[in-house]
Design a protein around this ligand. Structure first.
Ligand code: ADP
Ligand code: MG
Ligand code: MG
Length: 910
């Protein structure tokens, strides 16, 4: 191991309009730390503090606790002294104490990370001092009980043991409330708060046998180490794996002077967004609570109020609250503290202009003074992502290139998902109304625990509120529904990030975890019952609701148009039917890159003829059966050509092993024998004969066409005749006939010869001609190696990266499910190579195949048609390798179009 460098900087301070760091240093300072530094430097009021860098987290994992404290001790002491000077207080001093918050912060915001510890530095002496100094005993003891509670849970690990168990501290609070006959935390007396601190400490000792640390410095170091530990905690690891973030990034630790939103009626805390994170509307919005601290707003304990008056009015309409009630009980910050509101409104504008993106901010008001505690680019839905990017472009805050780079291609998927059919909605029975926390439509079966989300194919995770432990289940569920919490609750924020439909804060739902039931409108719902939720309106609907396909309109259409201006690489689609072809054309496909002809044989009357062909022993018998298939195939191709109106269509000749087409049930075998006038026994023998030990490497692809040339002849005839028939009708076609699974030059030439001879014969018969092309899939490593030779005779190559991946890795596609998940979990593989093109290995074959192919045939057209054709990083790789097109499933066409434009822009920028 490398020896730790003693001289480098590990601690970066900020505050007082100065900072050691800035927003470009997020890898080192984490997102939160980098932005705290940046805000401080541009004059936003941020409580002073310091950031311990992410590198120290890595050092901690290598060297351990003592070694690391040694390394940063003196820097931390200096940094604390600096805060003391700015705040004019002293850490650990009983008369004039400085209290700190300890906050985690990786380079990307991670809901799986450690919870923040607030009010650190309090003990039995300091609390008295704080009470005296602020002349606010209630505030001091409220802060202390919060501190012991948070520290006990987060740092000392005293939490609920299982899902039925209550949080031990909440349990104590609930018991006391019951005893005192009160409902809200704010109703506790000073003596209650003192009792709580005492009981909390006792509970901690009872659970883990350790005293609560009284020394503020001990408190601080343990908290810092707990943040480092949380980087390898279960939740964080899950989140990291889900997003592919490497383990060596580490997290930073932010230590910051406390400011207090719980000092009374002129204090408060809140969260706000510069634009609407759900719809993208350019409207400042957010939530706040008076006399509250930290996460109170998101925790859903009290109903948060809206920041702006317009937001408040919209909210009250949804919550079915009268204007009078709203003004009295839930007024907006704009109405309650107009001065503070104005200041906050200025800062949100400054920050959005500064970062040139929608910001998600946290703030606290301490006795009439506003502090900003965090800003970051806000998480948003796919719809908001598209709208905000285009709006910022129109406002000239960002360029076209930036607007395109702001689109996360995979997130467009959300906009391509079905929405509720307006006709079905008319007769829907709305049982309750929540907040439209994350748009979309979801129909599914009720589950009440995250662990149960996989019980049904479509589940709606329904909870009183969600927490970071629920992440995995939220990801699996079709939609998320909560009884508590506002637009900035955990459920809402995480759902928007995941692009998952969510309705939050539906107070009418009475959820009982113990019985797994939900009461609403006088009806009891059980686990497994169907409900529907509309994340765009907040409606909760009884039973299932039908859905329809969305349309490519508005800002989405604008993004698509813009994309096409920047990318030279074309996007085609994989389509086997005219219907698929039409969907893909609506999404902007410029051709078909792969039509799998075998899918056409599976329909009822066709499969019979197909089976006859396969099971007959003679060429004559096969030809008879193929003659029955010819008109059907021809009709299929006519349909597809017509749908594509002159755009190129690549048709792959028969590819799969023949035994896939034969039946195995006795009854079907008997029927087949009767139809073919042969004995059942002989059919059975033939079927057994077709069995292969390793069908993936067996009698398939061009090996079929070369051993049964009549198949290639028939398929060529169907394609060419279809093209000629359409020509007669005045419809142009561009057929490209593709030979699958070629490994040697002669294999290809043999097939090419059959195709061209057949085509010429038809032209002579019909006394008419069409242009057509003959090419091959490159999906066997040997073909990539000999691409220069094969390209001499081929018009085009299409990399079949599914098989190419299978054969390059030697992983059977059909069996990889047994080990790939484990490889991914252990980090032996970073990605599933069947999802994300392995650029390092398989990619070399793509690069080589393209270069060698074009070296002998400069006009060679090259594309890709595996699953990778719609995966953004693979699309970028294809662009950089000069491919003419990528081909993907219809629903991924828009994603590939944006990814292709982004690749072009990135290539120019670098
Ligand atoms: P997260 O990453 O989960 O947002 P944060 O570290 O931002 O966690 O903080 C959790 C809560 O504590 C937020 O509401 C934040 O505003 C509040 N908080 C953090 N630091 C301070 C501080 N120095 N003074 C007052 N409140 C704070
Ligand atoms: Mg935060
Ligand atoms: Mg293949």
């Amino acid at each position: 191991m490398e020896l730790a460098n003693k001289t480098k900087t590990r601690v970066y301070t900020f505050g007082n309009k100065k900072a050691d760091g800035n927003s470009s240093m997020r890898n080192l300072l984490g997102g939160k730390g980098a932005n705290l530094a940046e805000m401080s430097a541009i004059g936003i009021p941020v409580p002073p503090g310091f950031t311990i860098s992410t590198e120290v987290c890595t050092e901690y994992n290598q060297l351990g606790k003592d070694e690391v404290i040694n390394l940063i001790n003196s820097e931390v002491e200096l940094a604390v002294a600096k805060i003391e000077k700015t705040m004019n207080t002293k850490f650990g001093d009983a008369k004039n104490p400085l209290l700190l918050s300890v906050r985690s912060g990786a380079r990307v915001s991670m809901p799986g990370m450690m919870d923040t510890v607030l009010n650190l530095g309090l003990n039995d002496d300091v609390v008295e001092g704080l009470a005296k100094k602020t002349k606010n005993e209630r505030f001091a003891w409220d802060s202390y009980r919060r501190f012991v509670q948070m520290y006990g849970g987060v740092v000392m690990g005293v939490k609920a043991i299982n899902k039925e168990d209550l949080d031990p501290f909440e349990e104590i609070i609930d018991n006391l409330k019951e005893k005192r006959g009160i409902a809200l935390d704010t109703e506790f007396t000073v003596q209650d708060l003192k009792d709580l601190v005492f009981d909390f400490k006792k509970a901690i000792y009872r659970r883990i046998g350790k005293e609560f640390p009284a020394n503020p410095w001990d408190q601080l170091w343990l908290a810092v180490m707990a943040v480092f530990d949380s980087w390898n905690g279960k939740r964080a690891v899950y989140y990291r794996n889900m997003h592919g973030y490497p383990a060596d990034w580490g997290t930073a630790v932010n230590v910051q002077a406390m400011v207090f939103g719980n000092m009374g009626e002129n204090s408060g805390t809140g969260v706000c967004f510069t634009r609407d994170a759900g719809s993208g509307e350019n409207l400042f919005n957010g939530e706040y609570l008076i006399n509250a601290q930290g996460e109170d707003v998101v925790a859903g304990v009290r109903t948060p109020q809206q920041i702006t008056k317009i937001g408040s009015q919209r909210w009250s309409e949804l919550a079915q609250i009268t204007e009078k009630q709203r003004k009295n009980s839930y007024p907006s910050l704009e109405e309650v503290m107009p001065e503070i509101f104005k200041e906050l409104n200025d800062y949100q504008q400054i920050l959005e202009n500064h970062y040139r993106d929608m910001q998600d901010m946290e703030f606290t008001i301490q006795e009439g003074k506003l502090w900003i505690l965090q800003t970051r680019n806000g998480k948003r839905t796919g719809a908001a992502m598209v709208k905000i990017a285009m709006d910022l472009l129109k406002q000239k805050l960002i360029s076209e290139e930036e607007a395109l780079l702001r689109i996360e291609p995979n997130k467009l998927d959300e906009l391509l998902h079905p929405v509720f059919d307006p006709k079905a909605l008319k007769s829907a029975h709305v049982i309750a109304q929540g907040l439209p926390a994350s748009p979309g439509a979801a129909t599914g079966q009720l589950v009440f625990f995250a662990e149960d989300a996989d019980k049904f194919k479509n589940s709606i995770l329904t909870r009183i509120e969600t927490s970071p432990e629920d992440l995995e289940g939220m990801n699996l569920a079709k939609g998320i529904l909560t009884a508590r919490g506002g637009m900035t609750s955990h459920a809402a924020v995480v759902a928007r990030g995941m692009g998952k439909c969510c309705v939050s804060g539906a107070g009418a739902l009475k959820i009982n975890y113990k019985t797994k039931t939900m009461w609403v409108e006088g009806k009891e719902y059980h686990e497994g019952d169907w409900i529907s939720i509309n994340g765009s309106t907040g409606n909760i609907i009884d039973g299932k609701v039908a859905t329809i396909e969305p349309e490519l309109t508005g800002e989405f259409a604008e993004v698509m148009k813009l994309s096409d201006r920047y990318s030279s690489m074309k996007v085609r689609t994989n389509a086997d039917t005219p219907e698929d072809a039409k969907v893909a054309r609506n999404f902007g496909a410029t051709g078909i890159g792969l039509t799998r002809t075998e899918h056409m044989f599976f329909e009822v009357d066709r499969i019979k003829a197909m089976r006859e062909m396969i099971l007959s022993d003679t060429v004559k018998g096969r030809k008879q059966a193929l003659a029955k298939l010819l008109p059907m195939q021809r009709e299929d191709f006519e349909g597809i050509f017509e749908a594509m109106e002159g755009l190129p269509v690549t048709i792959r000749l028969l590819d799969p092993p023949l035994h896939e087409f034969v039946p195995h049930q006795l009854a079907t075998l008997r029927e087949l024998a009767d139809e073919m006038h042969v004995s059942l026994e002989s059919v059975k023998i033939k079927v057994a004969d077709l069995e292969e030990f390793n069908p993936m490497l067996g009698h398939r692809g061009c090996r079929l066409g070369n051993t049964y040339p009549e198949i290639t002849e028939m398929q060529t005839r169907a394609i060419i005749e279809a093209a000629l028939n359409l020509k007669k009708k005045g419809i142009e076609t561009k057929p490209e006939i593709m030979v699958p699974l070629v490994g040697t030059y002669d294999e290809f030439v043999a097939q090419e010869t059959i195709i061209r001879t057949t085509a010429e014969a038809i032209f002579a018969e019909r006394k008419d001609k069409v242009d057509y092309f003959v090419g091959t899939m490159i999906e066997i490593p040997r073909a990539a190696l000999l691409a220069d030779k094969i390209a001499k005779r081929a018009d085009f190559f299409s990399f079949g990266t599914n098989d190419l991946t299978q054969m390059t890795f030697g992983y059977s596609r059909d069996d990889a499910g047994k080990f790939l998940p484990i490889y991914l979990e252990q980090g032996i593989l970073k990605h599933d190579p069947f999802e994300v093109l392995d650029q390092e290995g398989v990619g070399q074959l793509v690069t080589m195949g393209t270069q060698r192919g074009r070296s002998t045939n400069p006009k060679l057209k090259v594309g890709i048609c595996g699953e990778h054709g719609g995966e953004p990083s693979s699309v970028e790789f294809c662009y950089n390798n000069g491919l003419d097109y990528v081909s993907c499933s219809p629903y991924r066409v828009p994603i590939a179009r944006v990814a292709s434009a982004q690749a072009a822009i990135k290539a120019i920028l670098s």
